[in-house]
Design a protein around this ligand. Structure first.
Ligand SMILES: [Ca+2]
Ligand SMILES: [Ca+2]
Ligand SMILES: [Ca+2]
Ligand SMILES: [Ca+2]
Length: 280
């Protein structure tokens, strides 16, 4: 990770970040189209330690998560294999990105157990507490600190870098908060005739809704959500949600980075003006 520090725009983007977080929390939850396979996939669990010795990998309910993981990380019941009673064991849900605490197919990235404006997936990735809204006890909520680019694990005004990387060869976007990888997924970059320009950029602007194409263009994509502007070329390039195709993993766009809506909302909320974007 580069050691540069984001100094600009922290405070000016803070309120925007809060606004978009509020929008995100206002009830837009995506239900994933594919559910994890049923419990049959859960293999035998390794248990260790001599009799009477608590083993660090002990999995009392045989759900694929150790007791320690359940009590300290995922905040699930170590004695109940299916904490949210949705038919899927805790470990299987976690491995597939679903919340073991909320049923109805909710993903960890779409739920916020302690209502601190930081979703459960990001809390696990960063190491903050799922059930403590202020992990470091400095009176700033975990989500408030992450939105503004501050360290939520230690009190004091420590910064953490934000980085978005895009591999054109792999058609994949990955983003990091410090050394924590928050998410990675397939995207669609520009087609051969309209390629996405490789380079190092910064997020210049966050645009909640945008109309691409229209009059004078051979495409028309109104009401496109969650747009991160990252270049100053004639028409500008964006990382943005795409609702008109599901062919992620293959170049499809006029140069922008297309992201599935289910992946774009959390990325958009987290990104700040000034966040580094590296495309190669
Ligand atoms: Ca368990
Ligand atoms: Ca479950
Ligand atoms: Ca928290
Ligand atoms: Ca805090």
């Amino acid at each position: 990770m580069p050691a540069t520090t984001l100094k600009k725009d922290v405070f000016s983007t803070f309120s925007l970040g809060m606004m978009s977080l509020a929008v995100a929390l206002s009830g837009i939850f995506f239900t994933a189209s594919s559910r994890p396979a049923k419990a049959a996939e859960v293999g035998p669990t390794v248990s260790g330690g001599a009799a009477g010795t608590p083993a660090p990998d002990k999995d009392t309910d045989n759900d694929g998560l150790t007791d320690l993981q359940e009590t300290t990380i995922y905040k699930t019941d170590p004695a109940i294999a299916d904490t949210d009673s949705d038919g899927f064991p805790d470990g299987l849900e976690v491995r597939n990105g679903y919340s073991p605490r909320f049923g109805e197919g909710k993903r960890m990235i779409d739920v916020d157990s302690d209502k601190d404006y930081l979703n459960d997936a990001f809390e696990v990735a960063i190491g903050t507490d799922l059930l403590d809204p202020d992990t470091d006890g400095d009176l700033y909520l975990d989500g408030t600190e992450v939105a503004a680019g501050f360290e939520p694990l230690k009190a004091g005004p420590l910064k953490r870098d934000k980085l978005i990387t895009v591999s054109l060869a792999q058609q994949r976007l990955t983003y990091y908060f410090g050394d924590a990888q928050l998410d990675t997924f397939l995207i669609s970059s520009g087609v051969k005739k309209l390629p996405t320009p490789p380079g190092t950029y910064r997020v210049l602007d966050k645009v909640p809704v945008k109309h691409y194409g229209g009059r004078g263009f051979n495409f028309d994509l109104p009401n496109t959500k969650w747009n991160l502007h990252f270049t100053t070329r004639k028409y500008g390039y964006y990382i943005h949600g795409a609702y008109w195709h599901h062919n992620f993993g293959h170049p499809m766009s006029h140069g922008c980075i297309n992201v599935a809506y289910k992946n774009m909302e959390a990325l958009y909320d987290w990104a700040q003006v000034g966040t580094k974007v590296v495309i190669n």
